[in-house]
Each structure stands twice: as C-alpha cells, then as structure tokens.
Design a protein around this ligand. Structure first.
Ligand code: PHE
Length: 344
C-alpha cells in the first residue's frame, strides 16, 4: 500500500527534474505525464486499491502531482511559443522610406474615346449603349445586311454555338438599330463600345477593338449637315484644316463615304502616318439608307439622317505614338502606368 504512495512521490520528483529543451521534448513530456495514457492517469486509477481512510490523502497527493506537471507544461509552452513568434516576426524598421502611393491611370483607349465623346457632346450628341452579345437582327439584318449578303464576309465574327441568332457584334452600328427601334426622332446619339471580328491578331489588327458610332435622324437632315458635323470633329480632334470624303459602300448608308483628314506632309510623323499622302483615313459614314429607317419603324418619307463609325485603337496609337496594337490589350502595368499624367 505504501508502494503506490511512494510511486506518486517518485513521480513528483521526476517531474521536478524534467527539463524539456524545445517543443518536441515538451510534447514528449506532455504525452508521458498528461496524455490519455500517462503515468499520472494510471496512478489515479490506483485509487481503487487505497483503503477508504487514506483515499483523501492519496487524492491530495496525486492532485499535487498533476498540478505540478500541468504548471510546468504551461510555463514552458508559453516560453517556447514566445520564442517562436519572436523568431518569425518581421523586423520593423521605422527609419525606412515608405513605398510611394501609386497613381492609377486611364487606359489610352478610354482617354481617346472620352476625347471623341466630349467633342460630339459639345454639339448636342448624347451617349447611347448597346450589348456586345447581340442578335443577328440588330447587327446585320436590320442594317440592311441579310443573311446571304456578301458584306457579311467582310465582318466575319464569333457566333454563340448554343444560341443560334446570337453573335458578338461586329460594329457599333447595332446601337443605331437599337435606338431607332426604341425612340422617336429627333435622334442624336454617339455610341462607344467594344466590337469583335474573326481576324488574325497582328501589330495592326486585333479580334477585338473599339468603335464609336454616331447617328443623327430628324426632318430634313442632309449630306451637308453630315459634312459640316464631321469637319467640326476633325478640327477639334486633329486640328485639321481640311477633310476629304471619298465615295465608298456600306449596306446601311446611301450614299456612303470614307472620311480622311488632312495632316499634311511637313513632319516625319505625318508623312509616316499618312504614307506620304498627307491624308489620314478616319471613319466610314453616309446617309442612313431609307430601308434601314423602315426596318426600324421610322417613316423614311418624313425623316432622314446620317451615320458614321470609327475605330478607336488606331487613333489611340497615333495620339500616343504606340507602335503595336497588342500593347492595348495586354494590361501590362509598365505600359499602362505611362498614361497617369494624361488628362483624359
Ligand atoms: N459600321 C461600319 C464599320 O464598322 C462603319 C460605319 C458606321 C459606316 C456608320 C457608315 C455608317 O466599318
């Protein structure tokens, strides 16, 4: 009987001598003394053999053992944890210069787009919007380009396989149809946005790019109104003194034209941009085909109008002297951050 009392006293002495030096040794200590199969557990089970009159004394002894073992564990654990934390803590150097706060920048395409929008807003155009995933009807059919029309080949695009009749719009002209079918003239809108074509990606062209569309419908709108409006734009945007309208073809305008602005041949840059001619091609335009007005529910005997559409990327490349169109889509901060100083 004294045996088991003796065992407890020995274990107390043993616990007092234990000297775990690191977390692994501490864990071994915990398992030995405090775990579910520990020495102390089995000693406590010895209570059964102790006669009733000495149970209290035994209980106190075992409790003291347990307490000492537990306390030693907690103390050491706190010390080791603190050591580990200190070792992994970042060294804080309050004398260092802070990282500069970096300024965001507008994308060169947005800057160019905003400039164009602002010019047309001055003369009463308001911004309109249309979807990038579009019904065939708004993109082609309403714009006088029925399914078998050869002009569809020039604007091959991406079709939504699971939804026949849905495609990625090939131009912002879909907004013309959207606006004309939902509003009454007078209509004077400008519609910037992203368009898509099934094209090989190179330094000069990309399968996605941006356009701005313009549309003006009212009673008595003439070709002269179009010419004067576009001339105003060329002056504001390029400081151009001359524009030139060359006959062209679009299924949705009649007559149609291509507009060039005069940049001249004086500097090396203008010679490069205009291939030595002095003229830079900017946009397609024309009088809205009466058939398009009728397709959209507008009486072509009462109303007439003009429309134009231009690509943004080429103008952005010119404006900022960017050598490759792919820079505009790669989202490389080293490129984009160069525009933080530009007023949009
Ligand atoms: N949608 C034509 C294109 O993408 C441009 C255009 C718009 C031409 C409006 C005439 C009138 O090439």
């Amino acid at each position: 009987m004294n045996d088991i009392f003796e065992q407890v006293r020995q274990t107390i002495a043993q616990v007092q001598q234990e000297q775990p030096n690191n977390t692994q040794e501490l864990e071994a200590y915990r398992i030995q003394y405090l775990g579910s199969k520990s020495t102390i557990k089995s000693l406590m089970e010895g209570m059964r053999e102790v006669p009733n009159e000495r149970k209290k004394e035994f209980g106190q002894l075992v409790n003291s053992l347990k307490q000492q073992a537990e306390e030693k564990y907690q103390t050491l654990k706190a010390a080791f944890d603190a050591q580990a934390e200190a070792a992994s803590a970042v060294q804080l150097d309050l004398t260092r210069t802070p990282e500069p706060a970096s300024l965001g920048a507008r994308h060169p395409v947005s800057i160019t787009m905003n400039r164009i929008i602002r010019i047309f807003e001055k003369i009463g155009f308001v911004v309109a919007d249309g979807p990038e995933v579009e019904h065939d009807w708004y993109n082609f059919t309403a714009m006088n380009t029925p399914e078998d029309h050869p002009a569809r080949d020039m604007q091959d695009t991406f079709y939504v396989v699971d939804a026949p009749g849905l495609l990625l719009r090939t131009h912002t002209s879909n907004v013309q149809a959207r606006v004309m079918t939902s509003r009454k003239p007078p209509i004077r809108i400008i519609a910037p946005g992203r368009v898509f074509r099934n094209e090989t990606i190179s330094a000069r062209s990309h399968a996605q790019f941006h356009q701005i569309e313009g549309l003006y419908i009212d009673e008595g709108v003439s070709f002269a109104d179009m010419k004067q409006t576009l001339y105003f734009f060329a002056q504001e945007m390029f400081g151009a003194t001359k524009i030139r309208l060359r006959p062209s073809f679009f299924p949705f305008t009649e007559p149609s034209a291509e507009m060039d602005v005069w940049l001249g041949t004086e500097t090396e840059e203008t010679r490069r941009l205009t291939k030595g001619t002095g003229w830079l091609e900017i946009l397609g335009c024309g009088m809205v085909d009466p058939q398009v007005l009728e397709n959209c529910g507008i009486d072509s005997t009462q109303y007439s109008g003009f429309a134009f559409g231009m690509g943004i990327e080429r103008q952005a490349l010119r404006l900022f002297n960017i050598p490759d169109i792919r820079f505009l889509f790669e989202n490389d901060v080293r490129f984009l951050s160069q525009f933080s100083q530009v007023i949009a």
